[in-house]
Ligand binder design. Structure first.
Ligand code: PEP
Ligand code: MG
Length: 296
């Protein structure tokens, strides 16, 4: 089977009835870039930037971040790289931020909530990403979005960052803007959000946790934790429809995207991109090539 999968390298992600889909990879460190290329990933659909911040005593500087983003963009040689802004808090903690312990961290001060409360941190990251954008094809996405107002606030900050780069005479490229759909709130208002962004990336790990009200890390819930729950599949379907109606393309970057028992369903829903761990690229390609995108 391994040998057969190897033969899928260089082949298209196309269903039996001719529908194509982008097949990208998730990375959690610089070292993962090699395996994306080895497994013939079409791009990086989720670059978890947290690793740059975790396991150190001080905030990474703009230069440090710039150098990581630039390296990834260059190594991907023109293939799309979607960088997710800082998604820290909950299970991922860094001491130097001085965040308080919370009773309910999954529902707490995390991700975009930290970035909008501490705009200096956010702007440093955005500057580094924009500066790196001339070295490849970079997109940005924002985690844990729940409202239109958050997206408006983000857009204001992005505009400021670009104006500051202009003032400093620093070049940057076109950077596609997307949001993660990983809260039920975002899924429900995805018709409105779609008009504000270029793309959606559905984070099924958190979307499932918050929709089913079940901690994604609690083993005791395994029996109840149904990742194929109709509520999740219906939400995904609705988000794809709303995204397309509002002019946004729609991908899936949560673990469910790599579930080959659902590949055909995702094609039938019209999902535009699946982003999976590098080792799952070829198995998912295999499933795509055995699927019918149109229902019989
Ligand atoms: C998700 O929530 O599905 C996701 C992709 O993000 P993370 O697993 O990093 O929370
Ligand atoms: Mg998430």
């Amino acid at each position: 089977a391994r040998r057969l999968l190897q033969e899928l390298k260089g082949k298209e992600n196309i269903s039996l009835d001719g529908q194509k889909i982008n097949l990208f990879a998730n990375i959690g460190s610089l070292a993962d870039v090699g395996s994306v290329l080895q497994n013939d990933g079409g791009g990086i659909g989720l670059f978890r930037s947290e690793f740059i911040y975790i396991g150190r005593d001080t905030m990474p500087t703009e230069e440090e971040q710039f150098s990581v983003y630039k390296t990834v963009a260059e190594n991907m040689a023109g293939k799309k790289v979607i960088i997710r802004t800082l998604d820290i808090g909950a299970d991922k903690q860094v001491d130097y931020l001085g965040l308080e312990k919370e009773d309910n961290p999954a529902l707490g001060f995390r991700a975009i909530r930290i970035c909008l409360t501490k705009p200096e941190i956010f702007k440093t990251q955005l500057r580094a990403i924009y500066r790196a954008s001339v070295f490849g094809r970079i997109s940005i996405m924002y985690p844990m979005i729940t409202s239109v107002e958050e997206v408006e606030e983000i857009q204001k900050i992005v505009t400021q960052v670009k104006a500051e780069l202009d003032a400093d005479g620093i070049p940057y490229g076109e950077v596609e803007q997307g949001i993660m759909i990983e809260t039920p709130a975002a899924a429900v208002i995805s018709d409105e959000l779609a008009k504000m962004v270029d793309f959606f990336s559905i984070g099924t790990n958190d979307l499932t946790q918050y929709t089913l009200a079940m901690d994604r890390q609690n083993d005791k819930l395994d029996r109840f934790y149904n990742s194929h729950h109709k509520a999740i599949l219906r939400l995904i379907q609705k988000v794809v429809e709303n995204g397309h109606a509002g002019g946004a393309w729609v991908g899936i970057c949560g673990e469910l995207g790599a579930d080959t028992s659902l590949t055909e369903t995702f094609l039938q829903m019209g999902v535009d991109e699946l982003s999976v761990s590098p080792s799952m690229i070829l198995p998912v390609r295999d499933a795509i090539r055995k699927s019918h995108a149109k229902k019989a």
